[in-house]
Design a protein around this ligand. Structure first.
Ligand code: ADP
Ligand code: ZN
Length: 730
């Protein structure tokens, strides 16, 4: 007997499921994993069936209106994963599911096309009658020229086609299109012969894939050691066993070069997922995966939700990257979620990095994953030599500039030798502070507690957190003096300095401002590759994963920007960034050199990065973390309360903290309430409480109780955001 009731989750910020009755005519259509149209309050919304039952749990029960899918869109694996995410990260189940499934799956895109409605042999005769409509005649001519009865989009002029339809010369048809933005045939470069370390790595990974059981690896390989080649071989082996694989990379590393490397090796079997896809393209990629048309997905964070059914391998490249944590809506971590998915699917996970996150390093140390090492660069290339430049003592090439003398000398040498230089500065814009020398006033954002950055290109001040923009000041708004100073330097100012110092050099800048245009990023990387650029200066986005063999010099203009952040991970992030950016140098035949300018040449994160001693850094950092009870030795949940009314937020935070305090024990630690380092953001005042404990289960249990107690006390206008394993504590 079919079930008569369905449990349905709806995309609203609520945690329960809702029961609906299945009308008789839909009894055979309703199934777990399908989307349905249901009444909810006064609305009609799309929900997902998550369970079936034969008994009503409530008295007044509503009816399902319509079933939207012929087949379940969410397979059992993904359904279970979604449940795990909702319960682990405290996200409403309907919102989690909505995130996993592309929204417009039900409406495959159709495209208007045209068919010739007369025999080809009649075209010339008809054209004679179209003397006064040359565009229409031209279209007909194209059918003839191509000897086809099917219109091609590239011929253009749909309006002329429409006119031809009204004359019965063409037929209009709707055809379903699958949007695949990567259709070009790629001839991949031949696979290189593996070196010893790569072979050893694969000798461990391949049998694990064959076994078909969950097994996590940490592939720790220094920059330029050929990790990507190991990924490709692992994917190849996985594919040869008839299994599907996912390769996840940080957004910024998903360059055409990366896509070509994968497509070239597995032509026609790959779907690419990135954030630039339209909703329709994403839905189509999803469909191609679900229909089994592709067996490899390469893409960003959300690729871990690819609806494969025979998943054998998930690879997370640059697994330490902060971008793997989603910061809005559902605050999931793609690496951790991938591990859970692989556990459920019996798949192998490969976490790759030259600077694995401390948590990942620790897990491999206590045997939660197997460590596989690539300790040498390919082709015997050496790691670059790193020199620290003490900004407290060193003279700058230009007074008040950002390039020190030693770095300047090194750049000159590169220009002479026609080699490339990469400069990294973690600040965009021209000048990050405006200060009044007379009264000490500094210009802040009206909506956020940060200084405004002056951008020369727009001639105005910008807030880097909200969209606030204001015109430049001539006098100080506080004392009306005119002794205003533009302090500090961003990439825009450095670019100017470079042009002044090296008028002959071709200088380019890569940051969020210069990269606003679509594909601008790929364009610059292409120009670097073709040696059309001598010096590239940029923000964080230049530090990641790129393989540009002509760069022989890397300069870090200020190593201290991350170090000074009030975050327990600031040393780790500094070490990672320095090591990664240094790793961009010397990837070709000429050895590389790195200059790191810093006010803290003695800080251990800088010193270990200079020596490129990852293990040394980790051991030292682990001691600190242990002493201070920070991850990986404890697990954390952050509660952020925010709202426009400063008093109200503070009051509510204190009330919330009061609830929290009652759960304090020898094994559960509470931090806060404290104003968030970014106290005001977008006009919202922000307070944070943290709870820490050895076992995540215990910490979560308490959190669940607190949230239950909090629900009747909460106040409109004060928002509570829960972040499990928070990465960003700003
Ligand atoms: P990583 O990701 O570890 O930084 P890549 O995978 O980008 O390093 O490899 C660096 C370069 O070395 C790439 O151009 C790659 O094609 C090349 N490479 C990788 N493995 C080999 C090999 N076994 N022999 C020769 N070249 C290789
Ligand atoms: Zn702002």
């Amino acid at each position: 007997m079919p079930y008569s009731y369905a449990d349905i989750v709806i995309p609203k910020p609520v945690h329960q499921t809702f029961q609906y009755r299945i009308p008789a005519d839909l009894l055979n259509q309703v199934a777990v994993g399908k989307r349905v149209k249901v009444p909810f309050g006064r609305q009609v919304i799309h929900g997902v069936v998550v369970g079936l039952s034969s008994r009503a749990e409530v008295e007044k029960i509503k009816l399902i209106i319509e079933v939207l899918d012929d087949h379940p869109v969410i397979n059992p694996d993904l359904m279970a994963l979604s449940e795990w995410i909702s319960s682990y990260y405290f996200s409403p189940p309907g919102i989690t599911l909505k995130m996993i499934v592309p929204p417009n799956l039900a409406e495959p895109k159709t495209k208007r096309s045209y068919l010739l409605n007369i025999p080809l042999s009649q075209i010339e005769a008809e054209m004679a009658g179209l003397k006064r409509s040359p565009r229409q005649a031209e279209i007909l001519q194209l059918f003839l020229a191509h000897q086809t009865d099917k219109w091609d989009e590239s011929w253009g002029d749909p309006s002329a086609c429409k006119a031809l339809v009204s004359k019965n010369l063409l037929l209009a048809v709707e055809e379903e299109v699958l949007r695949n933005p990567y259709t070009k045939e790629i001839q991949g470069a031949a696979a290189p012969i593996l070196n010893d370390e790569q072979s050893v790595a694969l000798q461990k990974i391949k049998p694990a894939i064959e076994k078909g059981e969950f097994y996590p690896f940490l592939l720790y390989g220094i920059t330029g050691s050929g990790k990507t080649e190991v990924y490709l071989r692992a994917l190849e082996h996985n594919l040869s066993l008839g299994k599907e694989g996912i390769l996840v990379v940080p957004e910024i590393s998903l360059t055409p070069q990366m896509i070509d490397r994968v497509e070239g090796r597995f032509s026609g079997k790959v779907a690419v997922i990135h954030s630039g896809l339209s909703a329709g393209e994403r839905a189509d990629a999803w469909r191609r995966i679900q229909n089994g048309e592709v067996s490899i997905v390469v893409g960003v964070r959300s690729s871990i939700f690819a609806p494969f059914r025979r998943l054998g391998l998930i690879i997370i490249d640059e697994e330490h990257d902060g971008a793997y944590k989603q910061e809005n809506d559902v605050k999931y971590h793609a690496r951790d979620t991938a591990l859970v998915r692989a556990k459920k699917a019996g798949a192998v996970v490969l976490l790759g990095s030259a600077t694995p996150a401390l948590e990942t390093y620790y897990n491999s140390q206590i045997g939660k994953s197997e460590r596989v090492l690539l300790t040498r660069r390919v082709a015997g290339r050496p790691l670059p030599a790193v020199t620290l430049v003490n900004l407290k003592e060193t003279e700058m090439a230009l007074k008040g500039g950002g390039i020190s003398r030693p770095l300047h000398e090194a750049i000159l040498k590169r220009l002479e030798r026609k080699e490339q230089t990469l400069l990294f500065l973690n600040r965009r814009g021209f000048s990050p502070f405006l200060l009044c020398y007379d009264c000490g006033f500094s210009l802040k954002c009206r909506h956020c507690s940060v200084s405004l950055t002056f951008h020369k290109k727009t001639g105005s001040f910008h807030c880097h957190y909200c969209d606030f923009t204001t015109v430049p000041l001539v006098v100080c708004p506080q004392c009306h003096g005119s002794n205003l100073a533009y302090l500090g330097q961003g990439t825009e100012k450095i670019e100017e300095e470079l042009i002044a110092l090296y008028p002959e050099a071709r200088v380019a800048r890569m940051d969020r401002d210069s990269m606003a245009k679509k594909f601008a990023h790929d364009h610059i990387l292409g120009e670097m590759r073709e040696n059309k650029i001598d010096i590239l200066v940029g923000t964080q986005m230049v530090t990641k994963g790129h393989d540009l063999p002509s760069i022989t010099l890397v300069g870090v203009l200020c190593a201290d920007t991350i170090l000074n952040l009030p975050d327990f991970r600031s040393a780790e992030k500094t070490f990672q960034t320095l090591t990664q950016v240094a790793g961009r140098a010397g990837r070709g035949d000429t050895p590389g050199e790195v200059f790191v300018q810093t006010f803290n040449p003695d800080h251990y994160s800088v010193v270990y990065a200079k020596d490129q001693d990852y293990h040394g850094f980790c051991e030292k950092e682990l001691l600190f973390r242990k002493e201070l009870n920070y991850p990986p030795f404890t697990r954390m949940i952050s509660f952020l309360l925010s709202g426009k009314n400063e008093k109200q937020v503070e009051e509510k935070t204190r009330q919330f903290a009061g609830l929290l305090a009652r759960y304090k024990s020898s094994s559960i630690e509470m931090l806060g309430p404290a104003q968030a380092p970014l106290y005001k953001l977008n006009g919202n005042y922000r307070w944070r409480c943290l709870i820490k404990g050895k076992e995540i289960r215990k910490v979560q249990e308490i959190s669940r109780d607190i949230i239950r107690e909090w629900t009747p006390l909460k106040k409109n206008g004060v928002r509570l955001e829960i972040d499990v394993d928070p990465q960003n504590l700003m």
